[in-house]
Design a protein around this ligand. Sequence first.
Ligand code: ZN
Ligand code: ZN
Length: 311
Amino acid sequence: MSVTEIRSKESILKDLARRHEPFREIVERFGLLICRQADLRAELPAVDLAADAYDEDRFLNGEPLIAFVDPEAFGPLLRQAASRIWPLLGITFPALHETLNHLERRLDADTAWMGSCLRAVVHGDGEALEQAAAQAGVSPDFLLMALRAAYAPCIAAHKTPLLNMAPAGLWRKPYCPVCGSDPDLATLETHPDPSEFLISKSGAVWHHCPACTHRWRFVRLVCPGCGNQDHERMSRLTPAENSREHLYVCDQCRQYLPCLDLVEQAEALDLDLAALGLVHLDAVAQSRGYAPLSPAPWTALGLTEEQAKAS
Ligand SMILES: [Zn+2]
Ligand SMILES: [Zn+2]
């Protein structure tokens, strides 16, 4: 299935806001952010990521392609993206405006601090994140959310050259082979695949990366959060009003992943907006005490504006 721009993101968002009235504000605010990120990923200049350290064995053993890239390569891009994304976040969340302003100035002025931020967001370096958050006087969760919002278009703009280095079709890990992010959405799809004699009618599981937008195949009946294969401890919840929307929840790690069944879907789906369109499932899962496998900005900031805070 290819993503075609038959409908504009604006018209899809209008529909989503209508369908999910209780979540209208979240859909509108974060819809704007997703649109800005999509524009930016098309506009950012391509830089040479110089992934000379690429090692196929390490990749096939589960190291995502970004592990072979020096985080500093993203410096100028991250600055550029932050200057476009953070002011928008500051408008949608006025309580965060001042803090985001301060972070943006620091990103420009303090090279060492930016280095820590880059290691945190590009390579998932937890120590670098703690250090950068403490220096800026914000919580690590907030800093990571802000950095990810700006980094997403930077890595998305470079996913093709990275994928060209490796046999990415062989990847069956739960996290993204390009950037290592956890998926924000699973989809069930049937793809004609000559290597498979039997194609299950219920489709194969695909994962979508919220950062670089890559999609890859995963295995059924395994929890992507903890690898649990005990079916007694995993459930698929389906809301009564839409039999094609599901929540995979795991009682071993208490995490959830929303899922869309696309097996009989005829029209093209905008995958940038698909997870936001399942915000009502986030609310159901969280009310039952499950945590998102990939905390989208709308779940990281809390499902109401009053919960949004930086420290
Ligand atoms: Zn990715
Ligand atoms: Zn689990």
